[in-house]
Design a protein around this ligand. Structure first.
Ligand code: 2HG
Ligand code: ZN
Length: 507
């Protein structure tokens, strides 16, 4: 019998199939180092037809396929499991900007385009593609789409889902859903594309997208301000949004420890303000009008808040260099956290108005229960999204600290639930939060998710074990609790589940 790798090479060419351990190694570990998988091959198709051929083959042979973009997932979403029976489908070679329509304010990009490339293509056409993340120099638009990425401009422009007009997706059986419409109005039945956004490659492989563009930004005002507390930050945001006529594009919260960690660990980062304050915000107003008096608006709002004791000190960016320095501080917090030692991460959101009370109760819990940890809570206040992270305290034993991950996560996520929030605001579920989804999603939501998964991927080949638990042997018996009889193992048009591939076939 021909091996899987042979068959893949026949279909998409020898240079598109990697099997040598050194070649595939970079695809087997997530960037946080949480997972170390194995794979029988890494495939690098160059065109949607090749993706289609790969999926058709894998569906026939019941091989798990793990889509892989820039490998910036926080939840292990793009890393294969340890079985060595899955393949990694890297989209990096699908990296063309297919079209830019400046008049229509749209652009079509392939999944492997690095986010920054998409931003630049829009900029070259005097337009803005507003998705903006710390990892924009390496994350790929396919991953952004598959995880419904957020970032620092959601407040104004929405999440990735809000920036999509149409998608091209390869389904589990190799069929291609080609719906790269530039239409803003299209009420023709179910919005099928929305199923794939945020599905993390478990329902189909996104190969291209038609994206919304906005007017290019021509004036910006940025401030770094110390605020009295989290409530003051939320109030300032409300006031800025009122005064700023919807021009607030970012509003980020940072605790003192984020300034300490970044100035200590990241070369070139400096504290924009003297003195030591407990909380800071980085806020930005922006407009497509070159002559918009944004600095004045920002200054007036900050001065009023300063008078009321809500803002304690503030620095306005006087140049693009200042602005970059503020953003460098903000965007290097994750890296500074990494360099500082072990950390536990919680990507949560609660309604904006409830953030101050959430932070108060959460901080108290951490102080009382995690003596060997320090809270590093920062993030996108405008979206109610905080990275409620903990770092090991100086001198603490990292292993002992990490051993508490489960307990800490449970307490924080339960608190989030009590506040009507989400345990995964912008990083997705991946493999890391499968059990969390099972715990916090309602039975109806889970039923619907499983039904959709069965309908679109009856053989369970697409990113198995991500988002939803891969069915175990018990679940495979038709008629078990989760599956209506006959819906799993015998789907019209598919053959019976074939035996798992033998090791020698797949490695
Ligand atoms: C950010 O906002 C990213 O910087 C990463 O979403 C957050 O490392 C984190 O927890
Ligand atoms: Zn974030």
């Amino acid at each position: 019998m021909r091996t899987l790798s042979d068959q893949l090479r026949e279909r998409i060419g020898a240079d598109a199939v990697l099997t040598a351990p050194a070649d595939i190694a970079p695809y087997l570990t997530d960037h946080r180092g949480l997972y170390h998988g194995r794979a029988c091959a890494v495939v690098l198709p160059r065109a949607v037809e090749q993706v289609s051929q790969v999926l058709a083959l894998c569906n026939e042979r019941r091989i798990g396929v793990v889509p892989h973009g820039g490998n910036t997932s926080y939840c292990g979403g793009a890393t294969p499991d340890e079985s060595g029976r899955q393949i990694v489908l890297a989209l990096a070679r699908l990296d063309r900007i297919r079209a830019v329509d400046a008049a229509g304010f749209t652009l079509v990009a392939e999944a492997g385009c690095v986010l920054q490339t998409v931003q630049r293509a829009a900029d070259d056409a005097e337009r803005l593609f507003p998705l903006s993340l710390g990892s924009e120099g390496s994350c790929q638009i396919g991953g952004n789409l598959a995880t419904n990425a957020g970032g620092t401009q959601v407040l104004r422009y929405g999440m990735m889902r809000d920036l999509v007009l149409g998608l091209e997706v390869v389904l589990a059986d190799g069929r291609v859903l080609s719906s790269l419409t530039p239409l803003r109005k299209d009420n023709t039945g179910y919005d099928v594309k929305s199923l794939f956004l945020g599905s993390e490659g478990t329902l189909g492989v996104i190969t291209a997208a038609s994206l919304k563009l906005y007017p290019k930004i021509r004036s910006v005002a940025t401030a770094f301000a110390a605020v009295a507390d989290v409530q003051a930050a939320v109030d300032l945001l409300g006031e800025l949004r009122e005064r700023g006529a919807d021009l607030v594009s970012s509003f980020e919260l940072l605790p003192r420890i984020a300034v300490d960690l970044t100035t200590r660990h990241i070369p070139g980062v400096a504290d924009p303000l003297g003195g030591s304050h407990t909380w800071y915000v980085l806020c930005e107003l922006s407009s497509s009008r070159a002559e918009e008096p944004l600095a004045e608006t920002l200054e007036t709002a900050l001065a009023a808040a300063l008078e009321r004791g809500k803002v304690l000190d503030a620095a306005l960016a006087k140049s693009e260099r200042d602005r970059e320095a503020f953003w460098r501080l903000r965007e290097s917090v994750p890296e500074a956290q990494r360099r500082d030692g072990a950390s536990l991460k919680h990507d949560i959101s609660v309604p904006v108005a409830r953030l101050p009370e959430f932070v108060r109760q959460g901080s108290e819990w951490v102080r009382d229960h995690v003596p060997d940890g320090r809270l590093v809570a920062y993030g996108h206040v405008g979206d109610g999204n905080l990275h409620f992270n903990l770092n090991q305290a100086p001198g603490a034993d990292p292993a002992a600290f990490l051993a508490r991950a489960e307990t800490v996560m449970r307490a924080i996520h339960d608190l989030v639930q009590a506040f009507g929030g989400s345990f995964s605001a912008e990083h997705g579920i991946g493999r890391l939060k499968v059990a969390e989804l099972e715990r916090y999603a309602s039975a109806v939501e889970l039923d619907l998710m499983r039904a959709i998964k069965r309908a679109l991927d009856p053989n369970g080949i697409l990113n198995p074990g991500k988002v939803l638990r891969a069915p175990g042997p018990r679940d495979r018996t038709p008629g078990t609790r989760d599956h209506a009889p006959g819906t799993r193992d015998r789907t019209p048009g598919t053959r019976d589940r074939s035996p798992e591939p033998r090791d020698e076939e797949t490695s």
